[in-house]
Design a protein around this ligand. Structure first.
Ligand code: NAP
Ligand code: MG
Length: 404
């Protein structure tokens, strides 16, 4: 069989620990034998980020802007313990944060679901996709620890010198202070990304904030979404029989829990961070959560939602067997290959990505699973917990059968 050709390189961002090991297994077993893989490789492993003063992270994000599609392995966000472990020059920022700041955009996270793993919320029948705004708010906030008495003020000086000044709080004792911001341009692109994703996936879009309390900040989000919907998307939504609906975040949570699923829930940056973990855990496992960053100028970065699975990596280093679930990382690759195929008009590449996803699902349905899924399993088929590489090889067998 001749390998499937690619025309434009994919931006490949390698990562850390157990997911770096899985990354190589996936390429060796599930991609390189079938695809004449063209990638521009960036090593975002912590050692190389440190060697390049994190320039490699910025370069990889710029490469996504150039080529349009990237696939990223999970990476370590350094903390004090990692500084010591890796003897770092600096506590480098989260690569995801750096990449999001360069690309802007919205992160869409959706669970991979199969009948044999029932969500903790019994009435959920279809996936719930979280659309997380990936810019600003507390992630770009300025904070101050107030050590004693004093007055905190909000001061804005306009270009022409006019000012807005208001007391935030007259501190009579120690406390804390935070200033956060967002930009209309970023909120607008968040809105466009959500409406377009809803249309592309034919799902209704829900959006929630706390605008009753945050009457200027959150209300700006609400108004921008509403204006953009009315000016651009209502007819297409009507045609597809899907809806856009805004509600308070408290009400949204109650409705999400009572729903059947099958919609996109757009959330501000922090809400999306928290709610995506809630949704993925309730659907089964973080290891089954896919994630894609869609930027306003139409660039795509695919990744898994989970981290580098450190505990498993330390076992792996000791020569012990691990049973780490590679599903979300495989889907990052299939998402990226499929998008490359769509953009470059390579139907064979799209078909391959679909076949690989199907082979993953077939493997699970045969009861061949990783350890994390055993306790969640409710199917008739008895499960066998395979180690990481054997699970990937089982997928390869099913892929070969499907391609034959
Ligand atoms: P994690 O890597 O997501 O793992 C947390 C726990 O979840 C694991 O110990 C494991 O549970 C389970 N788990 C996650 N993914 C799994 C998989 N694919 N298969 C099986 N089990 C899985 O989170 P963490 O331990 O908090 O963070 C580790 C490192 O990852 C940190 O350095 C952090 O900075 C980084 N991180 C990176 C990203 C990213 O790049 N997108 C995201 C989050 C965290 P058991 O141990 O019980 O088996
Ligand atoms: Mg989080």
């Amino acid at each position: 069989m001749s390998k499937i050709k690619m025309t434009t390189p994919l931006v490949e961002m390698d990562g850390d620990e157990m997911t770096r090991i899985i990354w190589k297994y996936i390429k060796d077993e599930l991609i390189n034998p079938y695809v004449d893989l063209k990638t521009e490789y960036y090593d975002l492993g912590l050692e190389y980020r440190d060697q390049t003063n994190d320039q490699v992270t910025k370069d990889s994000a710029e490469a996504i802007k150039k080529y349009g599609v990237g696939v990223k392995c999970a990476t370590i966000t350094p903390n004090a313990q990692r500084m010591e472990e890796y003897n770092l020059h600096e506590m480098w920022k989260s690569p995801n944060g750096t990449i999001r700041a360069i690309l802007d955009g919205t992160v869409f996270r959706a669970p991979i679901i199969i009948d044999e793993i029932k969500p903790a919320v019994r009435n959920w029948e279809k996936p719930i996709t979280i659309a997380r705004h990936a810019y600003g708010d507390i992630y770009k906030a300025t904070e101050h620890r107030v050590e004693g008495k004093g007055k905190a003020e909000l001061l804005f000086t306009a270009e022409d010198g006019t000012t807005f000044r208001e007391t935030i709080y007259d501190f009579e004792c120690p406390g804390v202070l935070q200033g956060s911001y967002n930009k209309d341009s970023s909120i607008k692109s968040f809105a466009h990304a959500c409406f377009q994703y809803a249309i592309a996936t034919k799902q209704s879009l829900w959006f929630s904030t706390k605008d009753t309390i945050s009457k200027k900040y959150d209300q700006t989000f609400k108004f921008i979404f509403n204006d953009i919907f009315e000016a651009n998307y209502r007819p297409q939504f009507d045609e597809l029989g899907i809806e856009y609906f805004y509600t308070l975040i408290d009400d949204a949570i109650a409705r999400v829990i009572r729903s059947k699923g099958g919609f996109i829930w757009a959330c501000k940056n922090y809400d999306g961070d928290v709610m995506s973990d809630m949704v993925s855990t309730a659907f089964g496992s973080l290891a089954m959560m896919t994630s894609v960053l869609v930027s306003p100028d139409g660039n795509f970065e695919y990744e898994a939602a989970h981290g580098t699975v450190t505990r498993h990596y330390y076992k792996h280093l000791k020569g012990e067997e691990t049973s780490t679930n590679p599903m979300a990382t495989i889907y990052a690759w299939t998402g990226a290959l499929n998008k490359r195929g769509e953009l470059d008009k390579l139907p064979e590449l799209c078909a391959f990505a679909k076949k690989l996803e199907e082979a993953c699902i077939t493997t699970l349905k045969q009861g061949k699973v990783t350890k994390d899924l055993v306790s969640l399993w409710e199917g008739e088929q008895k499960t066998t917990a395979l180690n990481t590489l054997d699970f990937i090889k089982a997928i390869r067998e099913n892929l070969d059968a499907a391609l034959a």
